[in-house]
Structures are given as C-alpha cells and as structure tokens.
Design a binder for this molecule. Structure first.
Ligand SMILES: [Zn+2]
Ligand SMILES: [Zn+2]
Length: 332
C-alpha cells in the first residue's frame, strides 16, 4: 500500500509493513548498542554541561561528520574521488570513530540502497515506514553483516577488513581520550572526565546517528525533487546544513558518482569544500565534478522560474526531462 494511503500512525510504524520474518528478527548487539548509547546520553543529568564540553562535542560532530560524508559515503560507497592507501585508511578510521560500524558494512549497504532505491531490495526505504528507514533496519538481523559482494573493490584491502571487524576500537579510543581530556581540564575549566565523555563524545555521536539516519528517512520523504531520479529522494536545505551537504539527496541520487552534492552557491556543500581543500594540498585527487547536464538543468530551472519570462511556459524543465536514463549500479 502506498504510504499516503495508510493511516498516520502506520506511517511511523514499520511492523506490519516489513513483513518477512528475517527482517523483523532483532539483532541483539545492534539493539543493545543503540539503546546503551541513548541511555548514556541521559547521564548528562548527573554530569551537567559546560562550554568546554559543548565545544568538544561540536568539534567532534563536525570532524566525524566529514569522516562519514567524505569518507564512508562519497569515497567508499561512491568512489567520487581518489586518495592514497594511507589516505583511505585515515578516512575509514575517521568514519569508524562515529560508531556507525565499519566502512565495508556502511558503504556496502549504501550501494544496495542506490541500486534498489525505494523499490524492493532497498535496505531502508521510507516506503516501509519512516521508523524502518530511520533506524528499524539497523536493528534487523538481516543487515547485521557487511554485504561484501557489494563492495568487493575495497574488501580486497586487509586493513579495511580488519577495521570492519574491529570497528569499535576507534570510537572506544575516542571515548577514552574524551574522558582523559575532561579529567585533565578539570574543575578549572568547569568540566570533568565523565562530563566530557557524556557531552563531548556521546552527545555528538547521538547527533551524528540521527542526522545520518535522517538522510535515509526524511531525505526520501520531505523536500524538493529537482530531478526524476527514479525514486523518492529529496533535496533539503536544513538536512544539508546538518549533514555537511549530504542533504542535497535528490541531486546525489541523480548523479551518485559526483563528489559535489550541492549544485549552486545556494546549495552549500561543506563536504565538497573540505575535499577541495584536501585536493589543494594533494591529499586527495580526481574529484569527480557533477556532469555538465546537472548545471544545465539548474540553469534551465532558474530561467523558467523568472517572473514575466516569455520562455517560462515553453522551457520550464520537467522532472522527466532530467530523468535518470536507467537504473545503473551506483559505481557505474
Ligand atoms: Zn549515496
Ligand atoms: Zn538515498
């Protein structure tokens, strides 16, 4: 049944929509991990907050978001640019510190998402319920393991396979470092080890969880569709702001190999800016720009929307005019 035909409460409840038994079987480790992280966030009631802890949370949020958007997403899932073997391990480690499992797990499932976006086979389509797309699929035993068949190109690197297996080490090390920093700064800076652990590490990790999850749920439900990408992907300004540019999700689904998701200056894409800066100092290279047709579509849309334009009626681009020609694997 299409989402809009369902009663409101069912749109937020995936039970009864996701029907196969394997998908509905809970993965105990995933449930425990997600629950424990949220419960740990509540420990702020005991530790309190301080400007120092909030500053660390903000810094860790931004830096690790870049690890996810530039590393896990644009590099490992889409190969939108190139870097050295050491560079890719660094990006993988930075992404892993966000406690969203390993790079092969993350990018493999994301490639499947693009291959079957909002159709049968999509791992997290909101057509199966917003909660399923947001985090329900993460709790499912069906997706507990990495989909190595989808990411053979990176699975051949032993260090990435090792990181995928020991994915919890970077976040545990970071949590320990936060505790040590808080203890070192101490009462003189209004903070403590437990407070820096809870606010600096846990809060920023929770924020990263939910903005990443929101791309999969809200990013396929709410916002503008510039292109007919053959799915429900949307462009959302506020989501782009909190995801360092990944909220231009409709642009991205239409041109998945592009390293740039925001197509105009009105569509800020901090991840793209960061990649440009890394390219300037030679740490990454061969950034794939959006194809000329992407910019042509933006110009056509702008021309057509000018008031009193004679051409408005005849040249207004339709979604179909810039439709994805066919379904192709995301790495094609
Ligand atoms: Zn993607
Ligand atoms: Zn998507």
């Amino acid at each position: 049944m299409p989402p809009r035909a369902r009663p409101l409460y069912q749109r937020f409840d995936y039970r009864g929509i996701v029907s196969d038994a394997e998908s509905l079987r809970f993965e105990p480790a995933a449930c425990a991990g997600l629950l424990a992280m949220h419960a740990a966030g509540l420990a702020v009631l005991a530790t309190g907050v301080s400007p120092a802890a909030l500053a660390v949370a903000a810094a860790l949020g931004v830096v690790r978001a870049f690890g996810l958007t530039a590393g896990y997403h644009r590099y490992f899932a889409h190969r939108a640019f190139r870097t050295s073997r050491a560079g890719q391990l660094l990006l993988a480690g930075l992404g892993a510190s966000a406690a969203q499992l390993g790079p092969l797990w993350w990018a493999g499932h994301h490639r499947r998402h693009h291959q079957h976006s909002d159709r049968p086979g999509d791992v997290h389509s909101p057509r199966q319920g917003l909660l399923w797309a947001h985090f329900g699929w993460l709790l499912s035993s069906r997706y507990a393991s990495a989909d190595l068949a989808a990411i053979r190109d990176f699975a051949r690197f032993p260090e990435l396979r090792a990181l995928d297996r020991w994915h919890f080490l970077p976040p545990v090390a970071l949590a320990g470092a936060c505790y040590a920093l808080g203890a070192w700064l101490g009462a003189a800076h209004g903070t403590s080890g437990p407070q820096m652990l809870v606010v600096g590490f846990v809060w920023s990790t929770l924020a990263l969880y939910h903005v990443t999850f929101a791309v999969n749920s809200l990013g396929h439900r709410f916002g503008a569709r510039r292109f007919d990408a053959g799915d429900e992907s949307r462009n959302s300004g506020w989501l782009a702001l909190v995801t360092l540019g990944d909220g231009w999700h409709n642009n991205h689904h239409r041109f998945p190999r592009s390293a740039r998701h925001g197509l105009t200056w009105r569509e800020p894409d901090p991840t793209w800016w960061g990649l440009r800066a890394l390219a300037a100092v030679g740490l990454v290279w061969d950034l794939r720009p959006p194809p000329a047709e992407a910019y042509a579509a933006v110009r056509a849309t702008r021309r057509a929307s000018r008031p009193f334009s004679h051409r408005a009626a005849s040249t207004r681009p339709t979604l179909a005019a810039h439709a994805k020609p066919n379904r192709s694997p995301t790495r094609a």
